[in-house]
Design a binder for this molecule. Sequence first.
Ligand code: A3P
Length: 332
Amino acid sequence: MDNCYDDSCKLPDLLEQLPQESFWDKPLYQWDGFWYRAYHLEAAMAFRSQFRPLQDDVFLASPMKTGTTWLKALCFSILQRQLDVDDDDDPIPESQAKKKIVDDEEDPLAKNHPAFYVKTLEVQVFTEKPPPDLSGMKSPRLFHTHLPYSALPDSINKSSNCKIVYIARNPKDTLVSMWHFFNKFRKPEQAPFPFDKAFECFCQGICLFGPFFDHVLQYWRESLKAPNKVLFLKYEDLKRDPKGEIKKLASFLERPFTKDKQVDEVIWRCSLDRLKNLEVNKNGVDPWVGVQNNVYFRAGIVGDWKNMFTAEMSEKLDQITQHKLEGSGLHL
Ligand code: A3P
């Protein structure tokens, strides 16, 4: 199956051979154990065959709805580091610090959605024909992908020093976030997709770029094998201890913070409250996916699943989670 990624491979021929399932009333195709929309699969192939990594590239990776947008904003801010806080030790009073940042015309995140700066390769880059030239990008280049580890080009996961930052999330909140997100693509006259159907699909592993647990476990295992190459983060840890997690992230990216207030600045710049209230994210449109930017910023609550799950659903997904993660050392 591996040579299906050859340039000569014709997608319609490939699709005919692949298992197909319906997800939110749209077809998904299973390739090498994971589920794709046809155009993502085609883009994944182009990514595999055409991408030329640089040694200092940084890849963000995630299943859908696990905090990708947050991670994009954080890594972009850390690598960019045009932060305007003084480097002295005097703490800036909180009210002043916020005003300074809100008024900050220098912050690119105030002008564009984080996805403008950190592109998802199989959605925003390799869907174009021909794909844009990436060679002129400033180093270190920062990209994102939803592809599973096993589908990344060998040039990234086997033969380069590129760093990968992965973000995972509790499967229940991930599913609820996904449900809200995909409902935004439904026509106004359509009712929300039945949650119980979405739940069953997810439990069977059928979701875009899923199965969720296989995706998470591939990156988890790689992070254990090569901790200097793959950093594994969890959404819940970032919410619970943003300072600790963001310091860890900055050190991994070789941009360690020297002052606590630099960390506070990044936390605030990338906070859900700030980003969701920026004009560009309230009223702007995502030209690649064709939705309003505001759909990427919702509640951001750990445990939001309690508003959607029945007790039976909760128990069933707990059992699946326990079974899938057993012996891995990973807890979600
Ligand atoms: P909810 O739907 O639970 O609110 P992704 O970026 O991978 O699509 O994930 C979207 C989820 O991350 C949404 O979760 C969204 O609200 C949350 N999110 C987006 N930006 C965030 C931020 N800056 N901080 C915390 N959570 C954020």
